[in-house]
Ligand binder design. Structure first.
Ligand code: FAD
Length: 256
């Protein structure tokens, strides 16, 4: 069979454009494709919502690929084991209550789960701002990460979404934008960004679920961003909290 290069190009451009056009109006737009964002995408899309996820890097997976200090194993505790089972991620008991899984298998399974559940995943796109109507976040402002890195003066594009999830990890980038630009009062203990506390896995894992939720009308936080906003401890390479937080934010939004 003869292959025409221009047909390959047309196929890529057509299909990508179709998916990007669909992303203009979603129920939930997730910023960040780490474990929390991917898990949220899986449950939300599985629940029948129109979900898009924007990841600024080439690959999804966030900080999960490297386990701890590039030892590519992750640790998950009892509470999150059902999520590993649901995603088909193999794990081994290390000692009672501690399970290990391969980081690469974990990322691959989460990404496959999210895509197969129907979430639209866009890598290489950075959320650089939010859209706001009155006192509610109504969408995202996006640009190519490469454009941002090159410092090119290229205007972004905007997408509508009923709910936005900040799953950008330690930086809590979307919430930071909302606080800086809107002088927003958040639904946190002090009304502001509490900031992340030093490493304490047990406390961090407990706090992450309490901190997962809506922090401003239309804007939710999940994963490490939830602790960065709510003032929880960091927890290093134990990933159960990230998975549970992703599931919880999905349940909260579906509950609405
Ligand atoms: C490079 C890196 C180093 C880390 N080092 C440590 C560490 O030393 N100790 C520790 O406790 N934890 C560390 N973490 C976080 C740790 O891996 C987390 O506990 C866990 O990965 C958090 O999961 P998450 O899903 O909340 O966010 P992450 O896994 O951090 O994923 C967030 C994702 O959001 C993407 N993102 C960020 N901003 C935007 C934006 N504006 N638009 C689109 N996408 C965006 C990022 O590229 C990333 O893929 C690190 C994370 C990363 C990414």
């Amino acid at each position: 069979m003869q292959l025409e290069d221009a047909v390959v190009s047309r196929a890529i451009i057509t299909r990508y454009t179709e998916e990007l056009l669909q992303a203009l109006d979603s129920d939930v737009a997730i910023v960040g494709g780490g474990p929390a964002g991917l898990t949220a995408a899986y449950y939300l899309a599985g629940g029948g919502l129109r979900v898009v996820l924007f990841e600024s890097k080439l690959s999804v997976g966030g900080g999960m690929w490297g386990g701890g200090m590039m030892f590519n194993q992750i640790v998950v505790q009892d509470e999150a084991r059902p999520i590993l089972d649901e995603m088909g991620i193999a794990y081994r008991v290390f000692k009672q209550g501690y399970y290990t899984a391969h980081a690469v298998e974990s990322v691959a399974a989460l990404a496959l789960g999210a895509v197969r559940a129907g979430a639209g995943i866009f890598n290489l796109i950075s959320a650089e701002d939010v859209m706001v109507r009155g006192e509610r976040i109504t969408g995202l402002v996006l640009n190519w990460k490469a454009t941002v890195m090159a410092g090119l003066h290229v205007d972004p594009l905007a997408v509508n979404s009923k709910y936005v999830i900040d799953a950008t990890g330690h930086d809590a980038q979307v919430v930071n934008i909302v606080v800086r630009k809107l002088k927003a009062t958040l639904k946190t203990a002090t009304g502001g960004l509490e900031g992340e506390k030093p490493m304490w896995a047990e406390r961090g894992e407990e706090a992450i679920l309490a901190n997962t939720g809506e922090v401003y009308p239309g804007l939710y936080v999940a994963g490490m961003a939830a602790n960065a906003v709510g003032g929880g401890h960091r927890m290093g390479p134990i990933f159960g909290g990230m998975l549970l937080s992703g599931r919880k934010v999905a349940q909260l939004i579906m509950g609405k």
